[in-house]
Design a protein around this ligand. Sequence first.
Ligand SMILES: [Zn+2]
Length: 458
Amino acid sequence: MRKKLLSVVLLLSGVNTYAQQTDEGTIKSIFDQALSKGKSYEMLHDLCVNIGPRLSGSPGAAAAVEWSRHKMEDLGFDSVWLQPVMVPHWVRGEQEIGRILNSKKIGTKDMAITSLGGSIGTGAEGIAAGIVEVKSFDELKALGTKAIQGKIVFFNRPMDPAKINTFAAYSGAVEQRGNGAIEAAKLGAVAVIVRSMGSGLEEYPHTGGMRYATNIKLIPGVAISTQHAELLSKLLKEEKELQFYLETHCQILEDAPSFNVVGEIRGGEYKDEIIVVGGHLDSWDLAQGAHDDGAGCIQSIEVLRLFKSIGYKPKRTIRAVMFMNEENGLRGGTKYAELAKQNKEKHLAAIESDRGGFAPRGFTMSASDKIKSIIRSWKPLLEPYDLWDFNQEGGGADIGPLTTQGVALIGYLPDSQRYFSVHHTSEDTIDKVDKRELELGSASMAALVYLIDKYGFK
Ligand SMILES: [Zn+2]
């Protein structure tokens, strides 16, 4: 009772009660607060349900900017502001049709497809053509123009299910989505269908960004569900003459104005040294962007809120950044780094959460050997909270542009097994997020920020 009274008095008098606390004690307070009085889930639920999809340039993205600004103002952070940035503006359009026209086995059948972000549309006339299936760019090139001219190329290399790290499996397949339309167009293809970047067999497709190259014809690109990719592949083995109809109405519009949203708590001792925690505010248009990356945004806000609620006053300035446009342009991350340089800001570290709101495993790092070993020396403090993997390289897409300014880049590393069943799909909704796992992620990030803030990298 007396102890409690004393800490209330100390809090009220503005004395940093954590100056004398052990690291174990402070980290325990962070986790206690996040798990018993946390706001992570409540905030994410609000963002998902009341704002919803927020692709760059959309009304949803604009609403999400205002939502996060107000949220951070209401939480009483020292400063909250917007960083203007122009973003690509792509719209899907209403109707998307992918149809097998003439199968001897199954006749006419609609397939689960969705346009890839950044694709041109086919227009109302659609495209009807034969299909050539390939598993790699090498296979495509070996077939050559003669086989590809006038055809739809079907890229069907799955994410390798034998890889334990699903992000590695994703990396091994995603070039088909990113560059498939360029490689196929070089050989005269009229469109591409890409097997969804999903780790299982699902009935819904996964969208995601695709690119075009200058001087190479723009052809439409769609993703097909993994289930229908299997079906199509099976049919093609016996029915080489299969015809496919594609109709999409997506459009690439003029770049649109948007914002990164930044909130900070200023440091006491070294206020000019900044530690960033962030996620990306934009999401694909097919769902609520709960895991990708509403979770990361909310966890970043929660880090600052946790510090305030346990009365921890940081030595350094802690910033929560909601980056805009990670999914189809990375303009927000690029702008943030540009402004940091222009304003001669000193960033000590940037931590991004963009691998879903799943249970903690550790942190990835892209930093000097010295900094890596300092962070690894904190492992005994973090291991009790299931944070044990500090061995993987990497930071995060949005913080990546800070690398040229010598900033230590860190990625929150949660369990990866379920991420690629919802990533970029209609299924990335709040009901797929576990409240406790999300909260553990917020606390994990706060614990690491606390240690970096307290000890620096000296
Ligand atoms: Zn993401």
